[in-house]
Design a protein around this ligand. Structure first.
Ligand code: UT7
Length: 324
C-alpha cells in the first residue's frame, strides 16, 4: 500500500518579534542575527496561548483547506512537541477531544525531528492496517521555555504548528524511505530539565532550554548530509533526483552547507526561517506548506525532509508527492 500525506494545515501566532525588537532589550543587532542565522522575525504566542491551541489552529487550517472529511478515518493523533501544555495528559488527547475524533493519541518527544518521526510511525500504522489515517502534528510554544536574557538562544526560536493527515495515496506516491536516529552522547549540548535531577554533569537546571550552539551547529552540518544521503540510498535515489529539499529551519548557514555538499540548486531548497525563525517540530510542515502555497510542489515530485535536534536526534524522509 502506498502511504503519504493527504493534506496539510498550519498556523503561526499573530504577534511578531522583529530583530529590531530584540535590540531594545538585548546586546544584539539585526546585522548579527541576519548574518549569523538568516532570521529576521519570528511569531510568538500570546501569554495565554499554549501548544494545544496552536495545534488546534493548525488542524482548523487543515479543515479549511481540505474539508472536514479529511479527518474521517483518523485512528491516531500524534503530536510531536517539546513544549506540551502538561507532561500529562498528552496534547494529542486534547486535540482528540477538541475535534471529537475516535482515535488513540500520544505525544512524541524526539526534539526538532519529531514531526518526521511522527510521519514515519503513522506510515507504519496505516501500512499495517491498524488504522486508516493518522493526524500528525508538530506544535511548539517555544517562547514559553526561551530565556529572553540569553542572546545566544533568545533570537532563534519562534512559535507555530503544522498538521498533516497521513493515509493511503495513489500507487507510486507517498513515502519511499525514512531514516530515524539518535545519539544520546550529545545530550549535554541541547537540553531542558524536567523532573529529574538525573542530568549529565554540567547540565543546567531550570525552566529554560539550554544550548551549546557551536556544537549543535557542527553536528547539524554533518548529519544533514549523512542522513540525506542515507535515506536517498535506501530509496535508490541520488541528490539529483530531489525536486524539493525541505530542511529543518535552524540556521541559514546550516542549510547552505547542506545544499552545497549535496550539490542542490537554490531553487530546490525551501527557506522560511527569515519569517518564522526556528519552530522545532513545526518547522518542516510550515516550510512544506509555504512551498505548496508558492506552487513549488507538483504530483510526482521527490521531496526530501531532513531535521536534527536535541538528543542529539536526526530524521530524514523521502516521498513522492501526491494525494489519494
Ligand atoms: O533546532 C536545533 C537547535 N539549534 C540550532 O540549530 C542551533 C545551531 N547553532 C547555531 O545556529 C549557531 O551556533 C548560533 C546561531 C546559535 C550561534 O552562531 P555562531 O556563529 O556559532 O556564534 P558563536 O556561538 O560562536 O558566538 C560568536 C559570538 C560570541 O561572542 P564572542 O564570545 O566571540 O565575543 C557570542 O557571544 O557571537 C556572540 N553572540 C551574539 N552576538 C550578538 C551570540 N549570540 C549573539 C547575538 N547577538 N544574538
Amino acid at each position: 500500500m502506498a502511504v503519504g500525506i493527504l493534506g496539510l494545515g498550519t498556523y503561526v501566532p499573530e504577534r511578531i518579534l522583529s530583530n529590531a525588537d530584540f535590540e531594545q532589550f538585548l546586546d544584539t543587532s539585526d546585522e548579527w542575527i541576519v548574518s549569523r542565522t538568516g532570521i529576521r522575525r519570528r511569531h510568538i504566542a500570546a501569554e495565554q496561548e499554549f501548544t494545544s491551541q496552536l495545534a488546534f489552529s493548525s488542524v482548523e487550517d487543515l479543515i479549511r483547506r481540505h474539508g472536514r472529511q479529511i479527518l474521517e478515518g483518523v485512528g491516531m493523533v500524534i503530536v510531536a512537541t517539546n513544549t506540551p501544555d502538561a507532561l500529562f495528559p498528552s496534547t494529542a488527547s486534547l486535540v482528540q477531544d477538541h475535534f471529537g475524533l475516535e482515535a488513540g493519541g500520544f505525544d512524541l518527544l524526539a526534539a526538532c525531528p519529531g514531526w518526521i518521526y511522527g510521519l514515519s510511525i503513522a506510515q507504519g500504522l496505516v501500512a499495517s492496517g491498524q488504522i486508516k489515517r493518522a493526524l500528525v502534528i508538530g506544535a511548539e510554544a517555544l517562547s514559553k521555555i526561551t530565556d529572553y536574557q540569553d542572546r545566544s538562544t533568545a533570537v532563534l526560536f519562534g512559535d507555530g504548528a503544522g498538521a498533516a493527515v497521513v493515509g493511503e495515496v495513489a500507487p507510486g506516491s507517498g513515502f519511499l524511505a525514512s531514516v530515524l536516529g539518535t545519539d544520546g552522547s550529545g545530550q549535554i549540548h541541547l537540553h531542558r530539565s524536567a523532573i529529574a535531577d538525573h542530568l549529565p554533569a554540567g547540565a543546567k537546571m531550570g525552566p529554560h532550554l539550554y544550548m551549546n550552539g557551536r556544537e549543535v551547529f557542527k553536528f547539524a552540518v554533518r548529519v544533514m548530509n549523512t542522513a540525506t544521503l542515507q535515506v536517498l540510498e535506501r530509496a535508490g535515489l541520488t541528490p539529483a533526483d530531489i525536486s524539493l529539499f525541505v530542511p529543518h529551519q535552524a540556521n541559514l548557514r546550516i542549510i547552505e552547507a547542506a545544499r552545497e555538499r549535496l550539490g542542490l540548486p537554490l531553487e530546490r531548497v525551501v527557506v522560511t526561517l527569515d519569517e518564522y525563525g526556528n519552530n522545532s517540530t513545526a518547522s518542516i510542515p510550515l516550510a512544506l506548506q509555504r512551498a505548496l502555497d508558492q506552487g513549488r510542489l507538483h504530483p510526482g515530485d521527490r521531496v526530501l525532509l531532513v531535521s536534527f535536534g536535541a538528543g542529539l536526534t536526526w530524521a530524514a524522509s523521502v516521498l513522492a508527492w501526491g494525494g489519494a
